[in-house]
Design a binder for this molecule. Structure first.
Ligand SMILES: [Zn+2]
Ligand SMILES: [Zn+2]
Length: 149
């Protein structure tokens, strides 16, 4: 599995979403540049939504060869002058939401209301990558549900 679902927990020390180790405790992480003093146990487990899954892929190094990683980096890094964004900064959580958000951005860039419509002639390569990522995510969720059952 090249882009697995993330295992995430909510840290009570810094209110951030932090990756879990295999034993269910939070990975060490900084807060204000020092080690976060929060409990090692997550305050809550977080559902690996599409937006969190995509975000978990943004740190990978295969952005040029892996379309999902590339989409994650495009989505969360923006251009080099804008700060990195996090799942909580996004107005969407699903692949469909990201697709609509992409069209909103196209409208702002081009000024053409035409491009607001998702699906079909107004879609570009980003849309196709979003749809592909949505399918991969749905398969991962189905596979995880199958293992849990
Ligand atoms: Zn923390
Ligand atoms: Zn589209």
């Amino acid at each position: 599995m090249t882009n697995p679902l993330p295992r995430l927990g909510y840290c009570s020390g810094c209110s951030e979403e932090i990756r879990l180790r295999t034993d269910g405790t939070l990975y060490q992480h900084p807060r204000y540049n020092v080690r976060c003093p929060g409990s090692r146990r997550p305050a809550a487990l977080l559902e690996p939504t599409f937006v969190r899954w995509l975000y978990a892929n943004a740190a990978r190094r295969d952005g040029y060869s892996n379309r999902i990683t590339g989409l994650a980096q495009l989505t969360f890094r923006g251009c080099t002058r804008s700060p990195n964004r996090a799942p909580a900064d996004m107005p969407w959580t699903t692949a469909e939401g990201l697709h609509e958000d992409h069209h909103e951005r196209l409208v702002r860039l081009s000024g053409s209301q035409d491009r607001r419509r998702t699906g079909g002639e107004h879609c570009d390569w980003v849309c196709r990558d979003v749809e592909q990522a949505g399918r991969v995510y749905a398969e991962l969720v189905a596979a995880a549900a199958g293992r849990a059952a």
